[in-house]
Design a protein around this ligand. Structure first.
Ligand SMILES: C[S@@+](CC[C@H](N)C(=O)[O-])C[C@H]1O[C@@H](n2cnc3c(N)ncnc32)[C@H](O)[C@@H]1O
Length: 229
């Protein structure tokens, strides 16, 4: 199994010898790669939808890994018993869905040693949730695949040092390590916010709203950060 750069970067964050649960596994590419490369002895692959669940089952059966990868149908962490997995991967979903999944099974979440999260949108929500729920961001990665930039966040139990709010958007470790794709990343965040503000300018009510002021000040903070690079 050869992974694309995004899934490969996620796989690189899975500790060797751990037992990961890949929630929202779709084709089970990640768990298959992890077991085939002997990075982990076994894994759980969960998906809430029948189609992806069947794809995962078929993919696992086609490489004869049914005794190492346990494919389960169900919502979020409901497919994992407390203590069964020590790492959870949730990739390719929105930030709000990722938080919902982590929040809805506290008895499982509290037994985990590492979270590996790849939000498609609203990464700042995820970082804020981690920060306020005693998860420390220990690794961050940016990956460009097919012209799109992806953020990957690994967190472990612990208290993170306080950081500026704008770093919730950018990623505190991406900023600290001056990731090679950081400039591109900040430019994308700026472009997105400019688009939101310009859409709001179509309505006088929106322009006078607290949200507009918040977005405008966030834009200014991001532009200032870009100048520091
Ligand atoms: C875009 S795919 C991502 C697949 C894979 N994780 C990746 O990053 O390539 C999202 C998958 O998450 C599944 N999903 C969405 N919400 C879920 C939930 N609450 N619990 C489990 N799976 C979920 C979908 O059925 C879909 O297969």
């Amino acid at each position: 199994m050869k992974l694309g750069q995004r899934l490969k970067a996620i796989a690189d964050m899975v500790p060797s010898g751990s037992t990961p649960a890949d929630i929202g596994t779709d084709h089970a590419y990640l768990p298959i790669y992890l077991v085939q490369q002997n990075i982990v002895p076994c894994a759980i692959a969960g998906d809430v939808h029948q189609g992806p669940y069947l794809s995962a089952q078929n993919a696992v059966a086609s490489v004869h890994l049914e005794h190492h990868i346990f494919v389960r149908l169900g919502n979020g962490l409901e497919v994992v018993k407390p203590g069964e997995a020590d790492v959870v991967v949730i990739a390719g979903m929105g930030g709000a869905t990722i938080i919902d999944i982590l929040r809805s099974c506290p008895e499982v979440t509290r037994t985990l040693k590492r979270l590996i999260l790849q939000p498609m949108i609203a990464a700042s929500l995820v970082r804020n949730w981690l920060h306020t729920h005693s998860w420390q961001i220990v690794e961050e990665q940016l990956v460009e695949e097919d012209g799109k930039l992806y953020q990957i966040i690994a967190a472990e139990p612990g208290e993170s040092p306080a950081f500026e709010t704008v770093l919730n958007e950018i990623g505190p470790l991406l900023w600290q390590t001056k990731h090679p794709l950081l400039q591109l990343h900040i430019n994308e965040l700026i472009k997105h916010l400019r688009g939101v503000l310009s859409a709001m300018q179509g309505s006088p009510d929106a322009v006078h709203s607290d949200k507009y002021r918040e977005y405008a000040s966030r834009l200014k903070e991001l532009e200032d950060k870009l100048l520091c690079l």
